[in-house]
Design a protein around this ligand. Structure first.
Ligand code: FPP
Length: 246
């Protein structure tokens, strides 16, 4: 018996494949993003019911700005509408919404909606939905390094007191546990600059399923795979057995 027999507390998801899903149907890529939002809605609900406490989804990477202007514009519209429409229901269901990333790059109207969704849901504790927007793992690490350097320069902490725990708290999701499970849909098997620091010991699950087709049953499958794994954190299998049978 290992600790992975439990439901993962925190799941990170790269929701890939919206564009291909739409292209297969001879529809514009935006149609795929709309379907992706519907899939996300179902997954948040299902994850909550399954006992997952935190979901972190990659909605827009720092690199996504380089997509065709029209697609970027449509994605921004979709985010704004989603914030308008979904916040109330998420709030009623006890979901706290947080955004991580360099939010200053977004239009003031969008920043306002983000702020308002975060403030409105800040006290909710049933589940946390972190939306990574204009996020990049390297940006996150550099940002944490800057904050750390500033704290050292201001005398808030001594250089030799800076350790992994301190640094983790300066990075995004610093007050959360690290993701237990990382899921990427759409067939690509890479991390694509998502949560680089936070995923040091995370279990990875890759599936060819395109994000809009990621039904609750596929999440169950990912969780079951996670539960069948043994997380060793650099220890031997024997050591882990001793630790968890004690
Ligand atoms: C990747 O698919 C998906 C995105 C860049 C956008 C993800 C956004 C959503 C699912 C909407 C969620 C909305 C909120 C408010 C969180 P892709 O376009 O890279 O697909 P492809 O690899 O098939 O081209």
């Amino acid at each position: 018996m290992t600790n992975t027999a439990e439901i993962p507390t925190h799941i990170a998801i790269v929701m890939d494949g919206n564009g291909r899903w739409a292209q297969k149907r001879k529809r514009p890529r935006t149609f795929g993003h709309q379907a992706g939002l519907k899939a996300l809605r179902k997954i948040v609900e299902h994850a909550g019911k399954s006992g997952v406490r935190e979901l972190t989804v990659f909605a827009f990477s720092s690199e996504n700005w380089s997509r065709p202007k029209k697609e970027v514009g449509r994605l921004m519209d979709l985010f704004m509408r989603a914030l308008d429409r979904e916040t109330k229901e998420l709030h009623e269901n006890g979901v706290r919404i947080r955004f991580i990333g360099d939010l200053a790059a977004f239009a003031p109207e969008m920043q306002q909606k983000i702020d308002s969704a975060m403030t409105q849901t800040a006290e909710n504790r049933k589940m946390t939905l972190n939306v990574a927007a204009n996020y990049g793992g390297r940006w996150d690490i550099v940002n944490a390094a800057r904050k750390t350097a500033e704290a050292v320069a201001n005398g808030q902490i001594m250089l030799d007191e800076v350790d992994e725990n301190y640094f983790s708290r300066q990075a995004a999701l610093g007050d959360s546990s690290n993701p237990d499970l990382f899921i990427r849909t759409g067939g690509e098997m890479r991390i694509s600059n998502f949560l680089l620091w936070q995923c040091a010991y995370t279990e990875f699950y890759f599936t060819p399923v395109l994000w809009p087709d990621f039904a609750p049953a596929v999440l169950d499958e990912a969780i079951a795979t996670y539960q069948s794994r043994e997380r060793r954190y650099g220890l031997t299998g024997e050591q882990i057995k001793d630790r968890y049978s004690a």
